[in-house]
Design a protein around this ligand. Structure first.
Ligand SMILES: O=P(O)(O)OC[C@H]1O[C@H](OP(=O)(O)OP(=O)(O)O)[C@H](O)[C@@H]1O
Ligand code: HPA
Length: 187
C-alpha cells in the first residue's frame, strides 16, 4: 500500500490494464512503421515520462524500428486543474527533427490545447511525419480538434492522477490512475 492510497476515491485504470494497453499500442505502432528505419519519440514532460519509458521498451520488445528519445516540456496549466490555454516552452528539443518520422508521446489529451500547439510547432520544424500516441483522452473536454492516431483509453471529463499525472506536482508515482477524494482539493 502506498501512502497516497488514502487520497484516492476510486481507481479507474489498474496497473495491469496500463501494461496491457501499452503493449497493444506498441504493437500497432511497430506494424504501421515496419518499413521505416528509425523513429523519433518526443515525450511531453513531465506527465508522459512513465508512459514514454514503458512504451519505448515495449516497442523494442515487439520489434519496432530503432528509436531516439527526445524530451520537451511545455506548460499550459497553472496550479489548478484547468488549462490556461497559454502554452509556454519550458524545455525545447535538443536537436534537429527535420526529415525524421516523429511520434509525440503524450499522457493525456484533455482540452487538446497543448497538443494542437505542439503539432504546429513540430511541423514548422520540418519533420517528415508527425503522429501522436496518447495514453488517455477526454473526448468530452476537447476544445480544439486534434488528430490523435493512437489512443489508449477514452476517459470521462474528470481530473485524474497517477502514472505520471499530477495534482500540484503530487501523485505522479501512483502506479495506477485514479480520481482524488474531493477533500484533497480543499487542503
Ligand atoms: O489537452 P490539454 O488540456 O492541453 O492537457 C494536456 C496536457 O496537460 C498536462 O500537462 P501539464 O501542463 O499539466 O504539465 P505536466 O505534464 O508537467 O504535469 C498533460 O501532461 C498534457 O501535456
Ligand atoms: O486529468 C488530468 N490530470 C492531471 N493532469 C492533467 N492535465 C490535463 N488533464 C489532466
Amino acid at each position: 500500500m502506498g501512502w497516497y492510497d488514502a487520497d484516492i476515491d476510486r481507481v479507474i485504470i489498474t496497473e495491469e490494464e496500463l501494461r496491457g494497453k501499452t503493449a497493444e499500442l506498441a504493437k500497432q505502432v511497430a506494424a504501421d512503421y515496419a518499413s521505416v528505419d528509425g523513429l523519433l519519440l518526443v515525450c511531453v514532460l513531465k506527465g508522459a515520462v512513465m508512459f514514454m519509458a514503458d512504451f519505448s521498451r515495449e516497442l523494442g520488445k515487439v520489434g519496432g524500428p530503432p528509436v531516439e528519445l527526445e524530451f520537451m516540456a511545455v506548460s499550459s496549466y497553472g496550479q489548478g486543474t484547468t488549462s490556461s490555454g497559454v502554452v509556454r516552452i519550458l524545455k525545447d528539443l535538443d536537436r534537429d527533427i527535420a526529415g525524421k518520422h516523429v511520434i509525440v508521446v503524450e499522457d493525456i489529451v484533455d482540452s487538446g490545447l497543448t497538443l494542437s500547439w505542439l503539432l504546429k510547432y513540430l511541423e514548422s520544424r520540418s519533420a517528415k511525419s508527425v503522429d501522436v500516441v496518447a495514453l488517455f483522452r477526454k473526448p468530452e473536454a476537447i476544445k480544439v480538434p486534434v488528430p490523435v492516431k493512437y489512443v489508449g483509453f477514452d476517459i470521462p471529463t474528470e481530473f485524474v492522477v497517477g502514472y505520471g499525472l499530477d495534482y500540484s506536482e503530487r501523485y505522479r508515482e501512483v502506479p495506477y490512475v485514479g480520481i482524488l477524494k474531493p477533500e484533497v482539493y480543499q487542503r
